[in-house]
Ligand binder design. Structure first.
Ligand SMILES: [Zn+2]
Length: 232
């Protein structure tokens, strides 16, 4: 899940607790800090009733083995798929994620969601396709990155499977991604900046790759040790 989020959360220490109390009814006020824009957003999330969330779909925290599995293609675009997407969206919003991949909630399926602010969508190379969307949510199924730019940028990333952990990750600035939407139609999206970064992060998840894989071994060991200690 992508939790790719660029966030500085005063409640970050409670992230692990949130994973286990996702069915609680409460409102969390989080101040999210999007590094790419240096702007502050106040986001309030209402926790949905627990009945709307499948008890089996919970965020998997590193080093859960499924995070390293390559996900399987989707070939049925039916109501069951739509139900899973709705559950993933709920979990993503609960945890203030900018994205989520299915294996992050225990399903090794080629499903990912990306949810970034409009400013970044407007930065896409070709935003025509986005105009069909009524909100920021982008559902990508069986995605493939067809093209990367040579230009790269280094930005801070986090991940819902690594609560409280952030690191600078270098990635291509622009990508072209082909994917199926939730109804099975094959589409192509051109994206740059934060949207491109989110897409890469989530598609990496579907291939068992994590953002820490881009770090040097020393930094990677340091961050994973920090996470394991925190959750011990
Ligand atoms: Zn992630």
């Amino acid at each position: 899940m992508l939790l790719l989020f660029y966030a500085k959360l005063s409640h970050i220490a409670s992230m692990v607790e949130l994973v286990d109390t996702i069915d609680s009814k409460s409102v969390v006020h989080w101040m999210c800090w999007f590094k790419s824009s240096w702007r502050y957003l106040n986001i309030n999330y209402n926790f949905m009733d627990s009945k709307t969330i499948d008890a089996n779909l919970r965020i998997k925290i590193f080093p859960a083995p499924i995070l390293r599995e390559k996900s399987i293609d989707i070939d049925s675009f039916d109501q069951a798929l739509h139900n899973v997407i709705a559950k993933m969206e709920s979990i993503m919003h609960h945890l203030s994620g900018a994205g989520i991949a299915a294996n992050q909630v225990g399903l090794n399926k080629q499903i990912a969601l990306v949810n970034v602010i409009y400013d970044n969508i407007e930065n896409s190379l070709d935003d025509l396709q986005f105009k069909n969307y009524t909100d920021n949510l982008l559902v990508i199924i069986n995605p493939k990155i067809d093209w990367y730019s040579n230009e790269t940028a280094e930005e801070s990333e986090g991940c819902l499977s690594f609560p409280g952990i952030y690191a600078l990750v270098k990635r291509p600035v622009k990508v072209i991604v082909s994917y199926n939407d939730q109804w099975g139609d094959r589409k192509v999206i051109k994206a740059n900046n934060l949207l491109a970064r989110c897409l890469q992060h989530e598609i990496d998840h579907l291939n068992g790759r994590l953002f820490i894989d881009y770090l040097n071994p020393v930094k990677r060991r340091m961050l994973t040790a920090k996470l394991l200690k925190k959750n011990s």
